[in-house]
Design a protein around this ligand. Structure first.
Ligand code: HAX
Length: 436
């Protein structure tokens, strides 16, 4: 058993009794009440999921395993002579809650290396798709096509015990995660670089190798590490994480669950917002003839967008009630590496102009920018100008968090997810009962 799997196994032994005791001794304790507007309104804020991988406080932002983003970036082992931590070490941390040693990071790196070869049929399938297919469709399809490799799906039919499900999911997750950078870079180079594919370099770490296969020089390796870490998890109620959790709760394997979660991430109200931000900004730039608009000009663009019935992409959030710390981490990167970039200046101006407008409009509960407002700017600056691709980058990161959550859900024996539906008449009856 690998070091990471052994550590995870030990952690599972100490965590299982906590969950079992909660259900057995405190199963009837009330945690929350549910209102009609929550039922109709997308289940906002109903406390009905459990995860220890990350927690999202509306006013503080995300903590991964108890650490804020600045703490994660400071405490996790860094790639020598680079600013950002190893993605491998971060995944170890998400899974076990422990900051890995350099040796443990190296072990995860070796484990990914031994599992990274992508079956040729995956490339054939992606190649056979119409070239104008969205990269997210190609990514989800490539992953889905590998479902035949699932160890869990095979072992399930061979007397696999429920307590051991997690171990088969772990194997599937490691096999899949190791291949994601190459599949994503393949899609990018196939679609946008005339199919000029760059082979991976096994000596490079997860983020470094991805940058290498994309064909982009330093510091794009650090950009990739930062991206994958920031986008990994946002507790488990967001569309992508929740989709992955839901699908795997039917004991669908990690390939089914990951391609499903990517399909959720591909929506413009979720991960696709990073593409939408750049599309919207370029509309503004075109109208402005490439110059930075004045504050008043930018305000007019924002109001025009709202009046046309569209949302301002990259602003607002279902849970957060402050500027997203993932936005701030990327902003810091921009201030350090690309302070004079034209699009960064646009985004900076939006940071000033949009929140007061959304407040004045009085609809959005959170007028502040989210992760997607800033992420495309950095990609564009380093040459990834095909903004359709940005959500794929989000997807690689999100797969780290979704896999961690799914492995733990199986380890703790969470059952099939199945909330109860009511009819509209039943809600009306409940409302009338309350009135009388
Ligand atoms: N621009 C304009 N209107 C907005 C808005 C924005 N950025 N954010 C919210 N609103 C509107 C909503 O559309 C809604 O209007 P209606 O009542 O007419 O339907 C109203 O304000 C109340 O919405 P809310 O309760 O504040 O927000 P929700 O929880 O319903 O939705 C969203 C959260 C993120 C979907 C929303 O803020 C939005 O559409 N933002 C723009 C798209 C975006 O940036 N998405 C990425 C979010 C982060 C993420 O998941 N990344 O992957």
């Amino acid at each position: 058993m690998s070091g990471l799997k052994q550590k995870l196994f030990e952690r599972i032994q100490t965590e299982r009794p906590r969950t079992e005791r909660l259900v057995k001794e405190f199963g009837n304790v009330k945690v929350d009440e549910v209102t009609v507007s929550q039922i109709i309104g997308g289940m906002r804020d109903i406390k009905s999921l459990v995860t220890d991988i990350s927690y999202l406080d509306p006013f503080e932002g995300i903590r991964f395993r108890g650490l804020t983003i600045p703490e994660v970036l400071e405490k996790l082992p860094k790639v020598p002579n680079r600013e950002m931590p190893y993605v491998e070490g971060f995944f170890h941390f998400l899974l076990t809650g422990e900051i890995p040693s350099a040796q443990e990071v190296e072990e995860v790196h070796q484990e990914f290396n031994s599992r990274k070869d992508v079956p040729e049929y995956v490339f054939d399938i992606i190649r056979a798709m119409p070239r104008d297919s969205h990269p997210m469709t190609m990514f989800a399809t490539g992953i889905m096509s590998m479902q035949r490799e699932s160890i869990f799906a095979k072992e399930y039919h061979k007397d696999l015990k429920k307590n051991d499900y997690w171990a088969a999911y772990y194997e599937d997750a490691m096999n899949l995660l190791a291949k994601l950078p190459e599949i994503a870079a393949f899609i990018y180079r196939l679609k946008y670089r005339d199919g000029n594919i760059i082979a991976g370099d096994p000596h490079l770490d997860f983020g470094g190798n991805f940058a290498h296969m994309m064909g982009i020089d330093k510091p794009y390796d650090d950009v990739s590490r930062l991206y994958f870490i920031l986008h990994s998890d946002h507790e488990s109620g967001n569309v992508s994480a929740h989709t992955g959790h839901l699908v795997a709760s039917a004991l669908s394997d990690i390939y089914y669950a990951t391609s499903a979660m990517l399909n959720g991430l591909a929506g413009p109200l979720h991960g696709l917002a990073n593409e939408e931000v750049l599309r919207w900004l370029h509309g503004v730039m075109e109208t402005m003839g490439g110059k930075v608009p004045t504050e008043d000009e930018m305000k007019k663009f924002v109001w025009d967008t709202l009046k046309s019935g569209h949302v301002i992409p990259g602003f607002g959030h279902a849970v957060l009630r402050k500027t997203d710390p993932r936005y701030m981490a990327q902003r810091e990167f921009c201030l350090k590496h690309l302070p004079d970039d034209l699009i960064f200046k646009y985004v900076d101006l939006l940071y000033k102009v949009v929140p007061p407008i959304l407040l004045e409009q009085g609809k959005a509960k959170n007028p502040w920018p989210n992760v997607d407002a800033q992420s495309g700017v950095i990609q564009w600056y380093y040459g990834v100008k095909e903004y359709e691709f940005y959500t794929v980058l989000f997807g690689i990161g999100r797969a780290l968090g979704v896999s961690s959550n799914i492995i733990w859900a199986r380890a703790l024996g969470y059952p099939l997810e199945r909330p109860k539906s009511l009819t509209t008449k039943m809600l009306e009856d409940a409302a009338n009962n309350k009135k009388s």
